[in-house]
Design a protein around this ligand. Structure first.
Ligand SMILES: [Zn+2]
Length: 258
């Protein structure tokens, strides 16, 4: 059985700071492999409180798509939890180079706990247990950022993490399920920010046409517009299946595409 559980669906500063939605990223599970993507603030607490409980000591790996705090705030404590306080050297940490160097978000003493640290690169191919994934080209997001094309449970899942829109974006992510980080309802005037708006999402989905699109990582304007209403409207317009993630949403990959 393979599933994706959205531990938190908050995006950008205000929704995270005020915890209007939980932050903390996503738990992926495929057969006997568990992988955590982007352990932002609250990841540990929300995993342990989720029902049924998701225990980080069963993780086989942790991925940081980039070093921003809302994606990495709990990475150190999650590594500690994965390795049972550092007593069991296990698990793989995947992260872009700038999350490990310069002003690193992964503490040096914590790095000793994991079995392996893999530096993410453009067009890389990675595997942890039953889950494999590739990265595309670097996103346009200020810090080194990679989206993911995952293969798990016999399905393909693409993940457009934080980025500004660029022309090649819809061609990079071809999974049957496409997860998109959409911070803004509308673009911000003439000086675009490094995040997608619903206008960008519409452009991407019209071209990529996945079997299922999942919107998440919402900023304030999306929360105010109620993401489930925004998703329903676009679903009607594009005549394709689009859902808005909510905190704790679990997608069973076998069921969801049926
Ligand atoms: Zn970011």
């Amino acid at each position: 059985m393979a599933f994706i559980k959205f531990i938190g669906t908050a995006g950008a500063r205000f929704v995270v700071m005020k915890q209007l939605r939980s932050s903390g990223g996503v738990w992926l599970s495929s057969d006997r492999t568990n992988l955590y993507v982007d352990p932002g603030p609250g990841a540990l607490v929300h995993c342990l409180r989720s029902k049924p409980k998701l225990d980080p000591c069963t993780l086989d790996g942790i991925v940081l798509t980039h070093r921003h705090l809302d994606h990495s705030g709990d990475v150190n404590v999650m590594v500690e939890a994965m390795t049972e306080g550092g007593f069991k050297k296990r698990g793989v940490l995947f992260a872009p180079r700038d999350a490990l160097e310069g002003d690193p978000v992964v503490l040096k003493y914590v790095r000793e706990y994991v079995k392996e640290i893999v530096v993410l690169k453009e067009h890389g191919d990675y595997k942890v247990g039953d889950i494999s994934f590739t990265t595309g080209q670097k996103h346009r997001h200020g810090v080194e950022t990679y989206g993911l094309n995952l293969r798990m449970g016999g399905q393909t899942v693409s993940w457009i993490t934080d980025t500004r829109f660029f022309e090649k974006l819809p061609d990079l992510y071809t999974g049957e399920i496409l997860i998109l980080h959409v911070v803004r309802l509308k673009p911000v005037g003439d000086s675009p920010i490094d995040h997608l708006s619903m206008e960008d999402v519409k452009k991407i989905l019209s071209k990529a046409r996945p079997k299922l699109a999942v919107l998440t990582h919402f900023g304030m304007t999306m929360i105010q517009a109620r993401p489930w209403l925004v998703a329903a409207e676009l679903e009607k317009e594009l005549k394709m299946k689009i859902v808005a993630a909510s905190d704790g949403l679990k997608l069973d990959l076998e069921e969801v595409l049926r």
